[in-house]
Design a protein around this ligand. Sequence first.
Ligand code: ZN
Length: 620
Amino acid sequence: MKKLLVSLLSLATLQLSAQTYEYKVDLNKTTNDQLSVELKVPTLKQKNLYFHLPAMVPGTYSVYNFGRFVSDFKAFDQEGAELSVEHPDVNTWKIINAKTAAKITYKVDDTWDTDKGNVIFEPAGTNIDKDVFVFNNHGIFGYFKKYEKLPYKIEVDRPEGFFGGTGMKRTGGDADTDIFETDSYNSLVDNPILFSAPDTAMFQIGETSILIQTYSPTGRVKSKDLTADIKPILEAQREYLGGKLPVDHYVFLLFLNKEGGMYLSGSAGALEHSYSSFYCLFEGEAAGISQTIRDVAAHEFFHIVTPLNIHSKEIHDFDFIKPEMSKHLWLYEGGTEYAAQHVQVKQQLIPVQQFFAAMGQKIRQAEGFKKDLSFTEMSKTCLDENKSEYSNVYLKGALINMCLDMELRKLSKGTYGTQNLMNDLSKKYGINKPFKDKCLFKEIGKITGYKKEMKAFFANYVAGIEALPIERLMKDFGVDYKEKGTISELSIFGFNINSGVTFNFEKKLIELKPNGIDPFGKDILGLKGGDLLYKWQGKELTMQTLDPILGQYQMSAKKGLDLSITVLRKNAAGKYEEKELKGALRKVPIEVEHVLLLNDKASPEQVSLRKAWLGDYLSE
Ligand SMILES: [Zn+2]
């Protein structure tokens, strides 16, 4: 009996190991940001094998063609003889007479500094450098067509003293090697790895263990400092989600670029996964980058609700080569963004005025997008003809969810909102149980019990192009909506950076319009119309440095920060002279469009609905 059992067991182990992708890379042996990849081919017994790197990966909503970064692709049989390989398209390699295939080797370039065009959003790309390696695994490892569901074993030789942070299981290795194992290509893609000198922090949120790993090139920002930003928001999110998080572990992987540095794609940001999220942000004073980290971390972390736990078939059976889009980006991105803002006011991390300011800004920014395009249609077509409309998911997408939340609260007399809805949807569906794309609206009607009202809501505002009923809803909640109004807001620049400037072609500098300067710029800094922006916080503004300098400054701007601007101003003789202007950032009355203000004279019914919606909020 025992013998039989042993032989059965060894047979099973043998089959398992033969049916596994076994990859090997060595971080010590890179040349020109290129990494050599070796794959022991699983036993597939196919005449021809098609090897793929993805065209697109989940969460990016953009076709990137990762095969572009592969070169020198070779396949060998057991004796080491080379097999013939065709390369029919950018993401495919066809191995001819593959029955004897034993090994594949190729090189990959990193995507972070490339001259290839169609630049990959860095949190989804790869970085091969001396002291840091970013593995978004779909940019390094591939799969054979129809065999995406086989397990993976990844062996990485790395410099001793490096740490490979990931949500994936480390199943072996030693001082200078890591072995990671995971059960499918999907899961490999879902688990990026950051290799760098270790700077980590760990803590518990309820039953969930959290790891933060930070790469900060100058060492200015430490994981333990970021814990102070991330921990409170996670505590708040746990409360918001009903006291329990849907994951047992979670990893924050942060790559911080030097201040004044740049990301090739032009954007900073992050990408979500089931057990981790990857951030590409900038170094700065820990206190200065707090709100950015909080906002972005809250957004990415909430993705564990949707799309990771609530998603349609299109996302569940993700086709890496020919992805089908779901029509529910209003939920995946819009719902996540709304929850990330809503949790902060509801759990008293920010005052209610800051929440309204954020929503008002979304209304203003959403104005710049197509009004005659429904959100479901945009969602379906955001890879091609409506690519430029995608960013509206964070704006109108969030506003749709705000209106849905208010509509539900109103219908239920305050007892039911989007928080409850997400909870109910997570229970009904889940990580392994997708919904049907075309049935979701009906399903929400059934779950909430407001069939007629939900049908109308989605038909009008999500599948239709009717303007969102923000003004009408706000009124019921004791909030005044004004088309134009004055709000007290932190002036970041001292002028309106969108409409208050023009370009001086002769000097190649930004010129301030006389009517674009706000009270902070005018009274505190002393800016004047016609001033040319020459230096910002001591750094020279050129066509190349303008975006990164002002963008990073904006991210770290907060009340009390000392701002120094050097302008070129014409003197009496008409010659430009340098003039340095200084002041500490403060709130000033600023006139804006789409203002949301608490109504002090709201009725008890309105106040009670407002409290049901926003909780026991803080007020300034
Ligand atoms: Zn997102």
